[in-house]
Design a protein around this ligand. Structure first.
Ligand SMILES: NC(=O)c1ccc[n+]([C@@H]2O[C@H](COP(=O)([O-])OP(=O)(O)OC[C@H]3O[C@@H](n4cnc5c(N)ncnc54)[C@H](OP(=O)(O)O)[C@@H]3O)[C@@H](O)[C@H]2O)c1
Length: 249
C-alpha cells in the first residue's frame, strides 16, 4: 500500500507551477487529489490526466480560495468524489514585487485575500469536518520571509502572516490529531515567475549566488517535501516552517 493511499487531498492553485508538481507527487503516492484552479481549467485538466494516466485518482474543481462559497464548493466536490479531506495544501498565491513607496491598498488587499484569507477559509473548512485524526495541512510560504529582500515587502508580510496562522493552527488543531506545517520555497522557475520576467536577470543570478546548492528551484523540488509532510512519516512534526530553498535564507 502506498503511504498516502487512504488520503483525500486538496491542492489549491494546482493547474500549474509548484501546485501542479505537488498534486502529481501526492497522486503518485496514492492520494486521491482535488486539483483546484481559479481560471486555468485546461491546465487543471492536464494535471488530472497526468495523475489518472498513471493509475491515480484526481478531479479538477474550480474555486477562488478567497471566496467562502467557492471554498465550500471545492470541499463539497472533494467529499462527493473521494470522501473527507485529510490533506490540504494551500499553494494558491499571488505576489507583487515593488518598492514599499509604490504599494497600494489594492495590491495589498489582493495579496491578503489570496495568501492569507484563502488559507484561513480552507483551514476552517478542513477543521469543520469530523473524524479526521491524522490530517495534515501544508501552507506554501516563501523563503522571502527569512531573507526579506527589497521589493518583496507586501508579499513577505502576507506570507509571514500565513506562517503565523500555521503555528497558531498547529496549536489549536493538534489536540484533534491534525498537523499544520508550512514549506518555504526559494525562487522557483514557474509560469508566474517567468511572467514577471525574472528568469535570466541579475536578480536571478544574485539569488543563485545566495543559494548554497547553486541553482533556481524547480516545481518538482517541492513534491517530495509535501508528500513527506502529508504522510505519517511526519507524524511528530507540526507548527514548523520548513525551508526548502537549496540553503538560501
Ligand atoms: N515560484 C516561486 O519562485 C515561489 C517562491 C516561493 C514561494 N512561492 C509560492 O508558491 C506558490 C505557487 O507559486 P507558483 O510560482 O507555482 O505560482 P504560479 O505559477 O503563479 O501559479 C499560481 C497558481 O495559483 C492559482 N491562484 C492564484 N490565485 C488564486 C485564487 N484566489 N484561488 C485559487 N487559485 C489561485 C493560479 O490559478 P489560475 O491560473 O487557475 O488562476 C495558479 O495556478 C505560491 O503560494 C507562491 O507564493 C513561489
Amino acid at each position: 500500500m502506498s503511504r498516502l493511499s487512504t488520503r483525500t487531498a486538496i491542492v489549491t492553485g494546482a493547474a500549474k507551477g509548484i501546485g501542479a508538481a505537488i498534486a502529481k507527487a501526492l497522486g503518485s503516492e496514492g492520494a486521491a487529489v482535488v486539483v483546484n484552479y481559479r481560471q486555468d481549467a485546461s491546465g487543471a485538466g492536464r494535471v488530472v490526466r497526468e495523475i489518472t494516466e498513471k493509475g491515480g485518482r484526481a478531479v479538477a474543481v474550480q474555486g477562488d480560495v478567497s471566496q467562502s462559497a467557492d471554498v465550500e464548493r471545492v470541499f463539497a466536490g472533494a467529499r462527493d468524489a473521494f470522501g473527507p479531506v485529510t490533506v490540504l495544501v494551500n499553494n494558491a498565491g499571488i505576489a507583487t514585487f515593488e518598492p514599499l513607496t509604490a504599494a497600494t491598498a489594492e495590491t495589498l488587499r489582493a495579496q491578503v485575500d489570496t495568501n492569507v484569507l484563502g488559507p484561513l477559509l480552507t483551514m476552517q473548512a478542513l477543521a469543520a469536518q469530523e473524524d479526521i485524526d491524522g490530517a495534515s495541512i501544508i501552507n506554501v510560504s516563501t523563503a522571502g520571509t527569512f531573507s526579506l529582500p527589497a521589493y518583496a515587502g507586501v508579499y513577505a508580510a502576507t506570507k509571514s502572516a500565513l506562517e503565523a496562522l500555521t503555528v497558531v493552527a498547529a496549536k489549536e488543531l493538534g489536540p484533534r490529531g491534525i498537523r499544520v506545517n508550512a514549506i518555504a520555497p526559494s525562487p522557483t522557475d514557474t509560469e508566474g515567475v517567468r511572467a514577471m520576467g525574472w528568469i535570466g536577470t541579475d536578480l536571478e543570478r544574485a539569488s543563485i549566488a545566495n543559494t548554497p546548492l547553486g541553482r533556481t528551484g524547480t516545481p518538482d523540488d517541492y513534491g517530495p517535501v509535501a508528500a513527506f509532510l502529508a504522510s505519517d512519516d511526519a507524524r511528530w512534526i507540526t507548527g514548523d516552517v520548513l525551508l526548502a530553498s537549496g540553503g538560501q535564507r
